[in-house]
Design a protein around this ligand. Structure first.
Ligand code: ZN
Length: 82
């Protein structure tokens, strides 16, 4: 049954691709469906740094759309100090 274990491992390690306009974003992992479901775990996912959910071992990778950049540098809606 070794090949089934290998197949299972392969499926488990298929990364979830998260799209983002910036170089990092907060991602919540709710696990899978049914028995694989777990309380949502939040973490920062950064460009070129795959993250493994500590609960369900799901891998996440960040796919940056466009130019990327730091989300902190774009969030200036509340700052009008001129
Ligand atoms: Zn998870």
């Amino acid at each position: 049954m070794l090949f089934i274990n290998l197949l299972w491992c392969y499926l488990q390690e298929a990364p979830a691709v998260i799209e983002s306009y910036y170089n990092k974003r907060i991602v919540g992992c709710p696990g899978g469906e049914g028995e694989d479901e777990h309380d949502v775990v939040w973490f920062w996912l950064k460009k070129d740094e795959p993250h493994e959910c500590p609960v369900c071992s799901q891998y996440f990778v960040l796919k940056v759309i466009g130019d990327g950049g730091d989300p902190d540098g774009h969030d200036d809606d509340d700052e009008h100090h001129h």
